[in-house]
Design a protein around this ligand. Structure first.
Ligand code: XMP
Length: 516
């Protein structure tokens, strides 16, 4: 068993990064590289060619890089081609490709027709996403799996060094796909499965950041959210006092949030260069009388940039030149913004800062390769408490999109208090594990109630708690009635302005998670 790594040559497929993620989960270091940047080196123990959106025969479609040809010709390393990678390998070794009449998109049952190190089942449900297929194999290759409409779903060279699969083993829709990748890494490449761990990764990441940043200064905006917090932890370990954190309070945070964030960074972590900007008045003045949700978002976004830019300019004057702007971007943010993949748009600078001409900040993103659960694991390894790591997501515009209609300081105060009672009960009753996101909302208008002997006319609070994987779809959570009842009683008893509490039982779609 060796400690070598897997190189993934990325032909622009939407799942290429997921291959790296799976190989890491198996316990082996995996690195993605663009075809033109592939260089053979002694540290590589196996190569995977990813999927891709193009057709192999098309003009200008990415091809086997010249630097890979000697490896393919003398079979010095095991190779696995996935989808486009499978087709490229088949074609390189003299096979023929065809266009499928009935395109095999989505789920397809395949049969394993010949024993191979890759498979340990007779049948599998696989996930495919390409119109092209391998129609004929070159010499010294054999078919190892077929489907009803695609005779060559998987192939293997007679010397068991080159493999190809038409489907995507890296996606969870493919049954046993993880096992297939594990067989390739463990049984074919014979790599040590304890080569990658988050602990080792965190140490390497911190060293890399240290090397890249050198003695320069980094400015990083933090929000109290997990991504910017973990990015801050990595950078602080790497460069210490050369890290400057900027935290802007727009006045629409959870109750006590600003105090808690300041206390965590300054008292618990002892970060010396923590810069708090109390911009509540600026934001709330601009939002006065604004009712339209999208306009609220726009105003908050623009004002955020203005306030941040002003702070950067001031800090630059006070502390001297800042070379880098840190960002808590994680891998899925880059997929959403179209920053990953061949021909994808270049990453947008987070807030499109327009700084003075003589001040150019280079972006540094310590978490850009990680998925959310990996960011949380890294945060734990770096010592962040559960409370900060497993918090519910909180939208950038904050309570502005949870106060329906215009925003006033009084409404913010009522909502903060109701939300705090709801959150406290969720943790006190230990129902937080069944919830992905929860919050209170202040509805517009008033409702009648009876307070003491007199009629009251008060506010309506809605409670929302959802279960979700990634926020794209969501189900409301079945919080037991007695707990909901107790939360309602507490809110109405403790907040004289509120006469009614309702629970939202809509799913997304068609409803969204937030109310605005
Ligand atoms: P929706 O309401 O679209 O929310 O179902 C899905 C997830 O996104 C969060 N969200 C936002 N986050 N800025 C953000 O940073 C926003 O404008 C915004 N709107 C919604 C929401 O809290 C949920 O987790």
């Amino acid at each position: 068993m060796s400690d070598k790594i897997i190189k993934i040559i990325d032909f622009g497929g939407q799942f290429s990064h997921l291959i790296a993620r799976r190989i890491r989960d198996i316990g082996v270091v995996a690195e993605l590289v663009a075809p033109e940047n592939f260089v053979s080196d002694k540290n590589i123990g196996g190569i995977i060619l990813s999927g891709g959106p193009r057709s192999v025969g098309e003009t200008d479609s990415p091809q086997i890089p010249d630097s890979l040809e000697p490896i393919l010709d003398d079979r010095s390393l095991p190779i696995l081609g996935i989808c486009y990678g499978h087709q490229l390998l088949a074609s390189y070794f003299g096979g023929k490709l065809g266009k499928s009449h009935s395109r095999e998109y989505g789920s397809t049952r395949i049969k394993i027709i010949s024993q191979s190190d890759l498979f340990d089942t007779d049948e599998m449900i696989t996930w495919m996403s390409h119109g092209d297929h391998v129609a004929e194999l070159g010499d010294n290759f054999r078919v190892i799996a077929s489907s009803e409409t695609c005779p060559i779903v998987a192939m293997e060279s007679d010397d068991k060094r080159v493999f190809g699969v038409q489907f995507h083993p890296e996606v969870t829709h493919t049954q046993n796909g993880f096992e297939l990748l594990k067989h390739f890494v463990k049984d074919v490449c014979e790599l040590n499965l304890s080569g990658w761990s988050m602990q080792n990764y965190s140490e390497t990441l911190i060293l890399d950041m240290k090397k890249q940043i050198g003695d320069n200064k980094v400015m990083l905006g933090v929000s109290g959210g997990v991504d910017s917090l973990v990015a801050a932890l990595v950078l602080f370990k790497a460069i210490g006092d050369n890290l400057h954190l900027v935290f802007i309070d727009h006045g629409l945070l959870r109750k006590n949030e600003a105090k808690d964030v300041i206390s965590y960074f300054t008292n618990d972590l002892h970060i010396k260069n923590f810069h708090f900007v109390d911009a509540q008045d600026t934001f709330l003045d601009k939002l006065k009388t604004i009712e339209d949700p999208e306009l609220k978002r726009k105003i908050i976004g623009h004002t955020f940039i203005e306030v941040f830019e002003k702070k950067v300019t001031d800090l630059n004057k006070e502390f001297g030149y800042f070379k880098y702007l840190g960002q808590g971007t994680i891998y899925s943010d880059r997929v959403e913004s179209g920053a990953v993949g061949i021909g994808a748009a270049k990453i947008k600078s987070h807030h499109n800062l327009t700084l003075p001409d003589d001040m150019e900040l280079e972006v540094i993103e310590p978490l850009k390769e990680l998925y959310k659960d990996e960011v949380r694991e890294l945060g734990k390894i770096l010592g962040a408490p559960e409370k900060w790591i497993n918090r519910f997501p909180f939208p950038g515009p904050g309570l502005a999109v949870r106060i329906l209609g215009d925003i006033t300081r009084e409404k913010i105060r009522i909502l903060q208090n109701a939300d705090k009672i709801f959150m406290d009960q969720i943790y006190y009753r230990s129902i937080d594990k069944m919830i992905w996101q929860a919050f209170a909302v202040l509805l517009p208008g008033n409702a009648v109630g009876v307070m003491g002997d007199s009629r009251a006319y008060g506010r309506i609070i809605a409670l929302r708690a959802v279960q979700s994987k990634d926020g794209m779809t969501a189900d409301f959570v079945n919080i037991p009635w007695d707990i909901l009842g107790e939360i309602s009683t507490k809110i109405i008893n403790q907040l004289p302005e509120v006469t009614r509490v309702v629970y939202d039982i809509s799913t997304k779609p068609p409803a969204t998670i937030e109310f605005e």
